[in-house]
Design a protein around this ligand. Structure first.
Ligand code: KIV
Length: 295
């Protein structure tokens, strides 16, 4: 098992904003791209300080923060609200806003207008949208408006009802061929990068080798040009279910429960607040106050 030197943790990051050009250069140099989701200011701050290249304000927000059963109820207003919070916390990472369900599917003009809102109102640098060849025209038009687009194929959670659940994609020859075709079409339409979610590792590696733009894998093996995970999964904050491809780096749900239990116990046993956590006033002022109210 390889170990990581403590010096590599929390690197003093090169004080340079990550751009879509950085993505392209990293791929050319064979450097791996790191990406995580965030939905609020403190998480964005910590991810940015850890030197992660890209923060996605994912519509996974709906499940891991807002408690919806899937991502379908998420609205543009919710996405913009959380995008603004993230943009206040991150200085260096490339910020990508995830276009929610029905913000780009009905008409290309909606897609361009809503993509623009992520930059104008949400403080994002780019947008992501789900789907393959059927989204090529929307991608082309958004890009021609000057907005960088990250594609997303494979398991596309906004199509959960069509694909029959959160299940891996591209596992037979025909589906694999279609995914490769979609990847090439999205690159051709102008996407600067492509998320491959829950697809066989050897297919993801092959697609990554065929594309000039970087691929970002989630449940797609080590052959992608970058990796993304949902932060609440990484931190053990979302306990409804954990996909097979998630690696938990902390168990913050358990840590939160421990802290809340301790807080309740200390209140019930008059341990908190102690003098240390209280505010006092000078004795003379207190005496004068008592004199005044007794008159
Ligand atoms: O919404 C999200 O968090 C995503 C990632 C899983 C890629 O789309």
């Amino acid at each position: 098992m390889s170990t990581i030197s403590p010096d590599a943790l929390s690197p003093i990051r090169e004080a340079k904003k990550i751009t879509t050009l950085t993505f392209r250069r990293k791929k050319e140099r064979g450097e791996v791209i790191s990406m995580l989701t965030a939905y609020d200011y403190p998480t964005a701050l910590a991810i940015d300080q850890a030197g992660i290249d890209c923060i996605l304000v994912g519509d996974s927000l709906g499940m891991v923060v807002l408690g919806y059963p899937n991502t379908l109820p998420v609205t543009m207003d919710e996405m913009l609200h959380h995008s603004r919070a993230v943009s206040r916390g991150a200085r260096y990472a490339l910020l990508v806003g995830d276009m929610p369900f029905m913000s780009y599917q009905a008409a290309v003009s909606d897609a361009v207008r809503n993509a623009g809102r992520f930059l104008q109102e949400g403080g994002m640098d780019a947008v992501k949208l789900e789907g393959g060849r059927e989204r090529a025209e929307a991608v082309r038009q958004i890009v021609s408006a000057g907005i960088p687009v990250m594609g997303h194929i494979g398991l596309t959670p906004q199509s959960v009802n069509q694909i029959g659940g959160f299940r891996p994609q591209g596992r037979d020859a025909a589906a694999a061929k279609r995914l490769l075709g979609d990847a090439l079409i999205l690159q051709d339409a102008g996407s600067f990068s492509l998320v491959l979610e829950s697809v066989p590792a050897r297919l993801a590696k092959m697609i990554s080798g065929r594309l000039e733009i970087p691929t970002i894998g989630i449940g797609a093996g080590a052959g992608c040009d970058g990796q993304v995970l949902v932060t609440h999964d990484v931190l053990g904050l979302f306990d409804r279910f954990t996909p097979k491809f998630v690696k938990k780096y902390a168990d913050l749900h358990a840590e939160m429960s421990r802290a809340f239990d301790q807080y309740r116990l200390e209140i019930e046993n008059h341990i908190f607040p102690s003098e240390q956590h209280s505010v006092e006033m000078p004795d003379a002022e207190w005496q004068e106050f008592l004199d005044r109210i007794s008159q």
